[in-house]
Design a protein around this ligand. Structure first.
Ligand code: C2E
Ligand code: MG
Ligand code: MG
Ligand code: MG
Length: 284
């Protein structure tokens, strides 16, 4: 009723906002159903060692198998979820699913870190850190197997709290990765205070390699800076042989992208992964 009241208040001023609000309400309702009826799942994308072609870790990427609209990527619904408390439920789902998958692979003989994406709203939620740390106890797993990916833009919303929470998570042994690096505002200002072990260089730079000098300088600077701080680097969005070959002769540690593998559904990824020993031999 409150929502309806608000919507009516707004009608007088801006009919467009009302449409947006209604759309929001329906997608949030659908998402709630989606969570309950298990329409959400994770796809997995390998992150490989540029020197050997070995899979070093696997990123879990959320997908929504929508009954009418087909397979949806996070771009279609995460921003909406972030405007409500549903983002807490969704991230907890992704974390539990990723941890269970890690344990399953371990039983089958492959122990590998799995990374999960965390939203700004998660990081700034009062109970988030405690709840995430409690999962380690519940699942009897060491935090170093779970990498938490946080974007630069998530950190700058409230830098002091974000740093506090990340420090607590790192102390509980979670690995922290800085996602979409280079797209935030004040990376150099806070980077040395973050307990990060990996920097993920944003695809917008990687895609422009090797001919765009600006991109070359930025990637080079990010890798050098990270190295000096003892942080590893991964190039996101590696789509071509040309970019892959270029990166191989830099000091960048890892690569991720369609050239290596698209994100693939859990069952298909597991089947391939367990049989291949997690090595992309042709890339070594
Ligand atoms: P991200 O964490 O930066 O993930 C990388 C995105 O780039 C993924 O998009 C991936 O499918 C895509 N990608 C990977 N390689 C390539 C490539 O070579 N070329 C191109 N063009 N794209 C590539 P996706 O899966 O649509 O996810 C988009 C964003 O949604 C993610 O960006 C992440 O910020 C967010 N996200 C994904 N899963 C979750 C989740 O479980 N929770 C939250 N809060 N956010 C999530
Ligand atoms: Mg990510
Ligand atoms: Mg990214
Ligand atoms: Mg991104």
């Amino acid at each position: 009723a409150l929502v309806q009241e608000r919507a009516m208040e707004m009608t007088a001023f801006n009919p467009e906002i009302v449409t947006q609000t209604e759309e929001n309400i329906s997608i949030l309702g659908e998402l709630q159903t989606a969570i309950k009826t298990k329409q959400l799942c994770l796809y997995y994308q390998p992150q490989i060692d540029l020197r050997t072609g070995d899979i070093r870790s696997v990123e879990a990427l959320l997908r929504w198998q929508h009954p009418k609209r087909g397979l949806l990527t996070p771009g279609a619904f995460i921003a909406r979820a972030e405007q409500s408390t549903l983002i807490q439920t969704i991230t907890e789902f992704a974390l539990r699913e990723a941890i269970e998958q890690h344990k399953q692979w371990k039983i089958q003989g492959v122990e590998i870190p799995v990374s999960v994406n965390i939203s700004t709203r998660n990081l700034l939620h009062p109970n988030f850190t405690d709840r995430v740390i409690a999962l380690l106890e519940e699942y009897q797993i060491d935090g170093r197997w779970i990498e938490l990916e946080v974007t630069e833009s998530a950190i700058v919303v409230d830098m002091e709290q974000a740093i506090d929470e990340l420090v607590r998570l790192a102390k509980a042994n979670f690995s922290i990765s800085i996602d979409d690096f280079g797209t935030g505002y004040s990376s150099l200002q806070y980077l040395h205070r973050l307990p990060a072990s990996l920097i993920k260089i944003d695809q917008s730079f990687i895609k422009r390699l090797p001919n765009d000098k600006g991109a070359v300088y930025i990637v080079d600077a990010a890798v050098t800076l990270a190295q000096k701080m003892g942080i590893k680097t991964i190039a996101e969005g590696v789509e071509t042989q040309e970019v892959y070959d270029y990166l191989k002769q830099t000091d960048c540690d890892m690569a991720q992208g369609y050239f290596i593998s698209k994100p693939i559904p859990q069952d298909r990824f597991s089947r391939w992964f367990l049989n291949q020993d997690g090595v992309y031999a042709h890339l070594a």
